[in-house]
Design a binder for this molecule. Structure first.
Ligand SMILES: *[C@@H]1O[C@H](CO)[C@@H](O)[C@H](O)[C@H]1NC(C)=O
Ligand SMILES: *[C@@H]1O[C@H](CO)[C@@H](O)[C@H](O)[C@H]1NC(C)=O
Length: 425
């Protein structure tokens, strides 16, 4: 009994020490990195388009379903704002965007020194690497807290706004797993199963003003620049959802990722080959939900605003699928899956993801959450034929490595990685 208690104390103590250290480091890094140039940028109107060949009057695509021709009567859209929400398979989508950007030699609006735009502070265009007023950027896709006025002053007028949502109960579970330890109020939650204990009485544990508290309530709504602690009947909830509806042409769903990509291809006039992907940044055993029906209900109640947001866009999603044609959708999804499986057999050693310890190349090691090595990665096959070698490597490349390859300096993110290596976290 005493031994058990002592063990518990020791682990609590260890948690506290590590937690304090982590918080100090995070604060230090934020202080170091958020010294931004004051935004005294003159107002220069953004261009209409930043495509090389602006598609002035894009002819409406007439798709005759009975005819199996897919004549490209439209030009691919290349000006894209992807609102990268947290814990929503967005690393996989970023890989698709990176490859599309390279193929069309597009200019990305990247952050400087780290892989996000000073999240959780609201996006400012002065945070964009090498930003000068009047510049042409095609794609922005790193984590940010959405801030419409600043985004519209950065991107061309014809930009397509895209985002992705995930079932809020699953998202909450994932966010709790990844970011729980970054919110100090979770340290006092007793027991082994902190998630269950938290959801037993969230109002008791949650501190809305606590450091990093936004990770643990309505994180989706927060990412869109809205307040995350609103009551469900607050008019700002409806207004927030409406503003997202007005701004974003396509809201994808993680649960229907392939269907989402087909809708994207339709909306942006892309090709099927632009949609090829391997699931990146996946957590070990993440294919099965870790939530019991009771916990799920509690998680949805706790994240009621996100649940409302999700249900709204679930409806608009299936309306779009209907308009596209359910049968056509099923055929296209099957084709995409077949092509992805083909690529997997060409590129991936063993054909599947493996645990971090089994990844041979450091260039293929994904970034791990604090305190564990739960993110899976891949081994590139040894003798991929020349025609596929480059594509395979890019499709398998974790986000941070790809960002570095695209010229983003990630010294803060990397320093953080070294600190964790040293303290063996
Ligand atoms: C689609 O193509 C078929 C076969 O060519 C034709 O009979 C039909 O009229 C077309 N439908 C439309 C809406 O153009
Ligand atoms: C999403 O919409 C579909 C079609 O309307 C419906 O069957 C499904 O239950 C909805 N899912 C959620 C989570 O609301």
């Amino acid at each position: 009994m005493a031994g058990k208690q002592r063990r518990q104390w020791r682990s609590t103590g260890k948690g506290l020490v590590l937690g304090t250290l982590l918080t100090s480091c995070t604060i230090l890094i934020y202080c170091l990195s958020s010294a931004q140039i004051p935004s005294s940028h003159p107002e220069v109107p953004v261009p209409y388009s930043c495509a090389h060949r602006p598609s002035q009057l894009r002819p409406k695509r007439i798709t005759n379903r009975s005819q199996q021709t897919t004549e490209p009567t439209c030009t691919p859209r290349v000006d894209i704002m992807f609102m990268k929400t947290h814990k929503t398979a967005s690393s996989t989508f970023l890989n698709i965007l990176f490859r599309f950007g390279e193929k069309h030699r597009l200019k990305f609006a990247f952050p400087d020194s780290r892989n996000d735009f000073f999240y959780p502070s609201l996006f400012q265009r002065s945070q964009v690497k090498d930003y000068r007023p009047g510049m042409c950027f095609n794609i922005i896709c790193n984590h940010m807290r959405f801030n419409a006025p600043e985004v519209t002053k950065l991107l061309p007028t014809d930009t397509s706004y895209i985002t992705i949502l995930r079932d809020p109960a699953e998202l909450f579970e994932s966010s709790f797993h990844y970011f729980g330890r970054l919110a100090p109020f979770t340290w006092k939650i007793p027991g082994h199963d902190k998630l269950t204990e938290f959801l037993r009485d969230p109002h008791y544990y949650f501190d809305p003003d606590g450091f990093n508290a936004f990770y643990l309530k309505n994180l989706l709504f927060f990412d869109f620049g809205q307040a995350n602690t609103l009551e469900l009947d607050d008019p700002r909830v409806e207004e927030g959802i409406q503003s997202i509806t007005d701004r974003f042409q396509l809201v994808m769903l993680v649960e229907y990722f392939e269907e989402s990509l087909i809708l994207l291809k339709e909306a942006l006039c892309w090709e099927m080959d632009d949609l090829l992907f391997f699931k990146l940044n996946a957590r070990k055993g993440s294919t099965v939900s870790k939530l019991t029906p009771q916990l799920r209900a509690k998680a949805l109640q706790w994240n009621a605003v996100d649940w409302k947001l999700y249900q709204h866009f679930n409806q608009t999603f299936w309306k779009k699928v209907d308009a596209y044609g359910a049968r056509q959708m099923a055929e296209d999804v099957a084709e995409l899956r077949r092509k992805n499986a083909e690529m997997a057999s060409i590129c991936i050693e063993g054909g599947r993801a493996v645990e971090a310890g089994s990844i041979q190349e450091t260039a293929m090691q994904p970034w791990q959450p604090i305190g564990e090595k739960s993110i899976m990665g891949y081994n590139l096959k040894k003798n991929v034929d020349k025609a596929h070698r480059k594509l395979c490597r890019k499709m398998l490349m974790p986000e941070l490595q790809y960002l570095t390859e695209l010229g983003v300096n990630l010294w803060i993110t990397k320093l953080w990685g070294h600190v964790r290596d040293v303290i063996n976290w």
